[in-house]
Design a binder for this molecule. Sequence first.
Ligand code: GDP
Length: 424
Amino acid sequence: METIFARSSGSGRTAIAVWRISGPAAGEVVAKLAGSLPSARRASHRQIRDPLGGLLDDGIVLWFPGPNTATGEDLAEFHLHGSQAVATRFTETLTGLGLRPAEPGEFTLRALRYGRMGLLEAEGLGDLLDAETEQQRQQALGGYTGSAREVVAGWRDGLLAALAVLDAAVDFPDEEDVPAEIASRAVPALEKVSVSLKQELAKSAKGRRLREGLTLAIIGPPNAGKSTLLNRLVGEERAIVSDIPGTTRDVVSARLDIAGRLVEVLDTAGLRDETDDPIERAGMERSRAARERADIIIELSADGSREDPRLLRVTNKIDLGETAPEGTLGLSALTGEGWDEFLIALTGRIEATACPALFTHERQIALLQSGAAALDRVLDDPAQDPELLAEDVRSVIALLDQMTGRITVEDVLGAIFSRFCIGK
Ligand code: GDP
């Protein structure tokens, strides 16, 4: 096993840079650079010297002998000054000692391989590192700290209990209806798992929107006030990254934090039925695409006629004396009249569209769907051959084991860890 290293505390000029080293050579490298191996799990202030004795930096060294460490291997941390020159010199020194720069997520991958962490926790950790809003942070921590794993463990226990009953039925000598009668005793436990699993699955889409961020499109005819509304939203809410290019014919967007949710707001070019202007036509095409993928649509100058559950209908420019028709919210994006009511309505929509869930990744959802289908097959006909029932229940247990990483499928690991940062 190679010994890897990475700067874990981000790049650029910083006061302190935290470097991590993991693998069998970690202890030897620490002893060489810090003069001797410091006491385990204690911060030691040392002069850091390269193997020829040249002073490299002055900093803190931490030594964590395996296997009871974050990666499961021998692990060390160097807290050095965060300058480019120190980074360059330290990297050269470690490489010269035969260490290799870590790939993204490689420390976590090692933790997984040594059983220090499960797959659901690793996915939660990835989400936590990506979290931009409060709700994303909370949802991610649920995965990272094991809430999702505990729920899966509960299902697994229920299925094992049912399986014991089914196996007893299989072993029973084939007399009349006795095996089927015994097998039927597994039904309540299976039903309980099935219901709970489907409940979690039902929450997944909203949890996924919370994790990935939801899309809000503002649509309406030219001059309805779309840009004015977007600007007011950006001005009032916390803009995470605001990206507003100059042209009004394109889709412009802003990333906002509304009620702890990451919301990408798209202001779309005016939608008209016909135009000869090719640039305007291209803009309209993008507006349509934005509307297609939007989770919530604010429609300005709405007449309330169109049916779409995603629509929040708004009559803008009420300061000019317009009255809002039934089913629409009156607003003046210019003066702010009606803004509080509008924001309450919008926040309500956002909260209802993106809420926390335990299983939000494609991989997890696909496994849960297969599990739910297999349980349906069992529960649709519990009087069938107990051997077949047991087979299906075993397949669901295997799916859950893939979910937690108890059974490791190599190709999912690459997908999960490639999105991690270096040094984690
Ligand atoms: P868009 O084409 O839909 O993006 O519309 P704009 O936001 O560019 O607004 C078009 C014009 O309407 C501008 O002159 C705005 O100042 C004006 N406008 C936007 N909202 C309001 C409003 O609530 N009241 C009034 N009186 N004018 C508004």
